[in-house]
Design a protein around this ligand. Structure first.
Ligand SMILES: [Zn+2]
Length: 121
């Protein structure tokens, strides 16, 4: 997405749960194309965005309240990052499938087990 006013959120403003989910999101994203996750306020109704030309994903703190929504946003946005395709395209759908497979592999590897003990689904 482009032309959004994105304001980085100071991580000291996040709750402990949101921070735990941010840590998981970062672990996932770095395993998915080396993407970086940044908590940010985005213009309503946008809750997450990706940046063309970088590997940055912005996520609204509201999406960090539950790990399920955090993971959805990470998969959705890294699907854009990895493919370059926009919403509603076959290319984006295919990319999200690939990202989900990588994600499942990461979870199955057990590398995230310690992190996953601190989350709210
Ligand atoms: Zn999208």
């Amino acid at each position: 997405m482009t032309n959004l006013v994105i304001k980085r959120v100071n991580e000291s403003k996040l709750t402990r749960t949101q921070l735990a989910h941010l840590v998981v999101a970062r672990a996932l994203a770095s395993g998915l194309y080396g993407a970086e996750v940044i908590p940010a306020n985005l213009p309503y109704p946008v809750v997450a965005a990706w940046e063309v030309g970088t590997k940055r994903v912005f996520i609204h703190p509201i999406r960090l309240d539950k790990l399920s929504t955090t993971v959805n946003s990470v998969v959705h946005e890294t699907g854009h990052l990895s493919s370059g395709f926009d919403d509603g395209t076959k290319g984006h759908t295919n990319a999200m499938e690939s990202v989900s497979n990588i994600l499942a592999g990461l979870v199955n590897s057990g590398k995230l087990d310690e992190l996953l003990t601190k989350v709210v689904w």
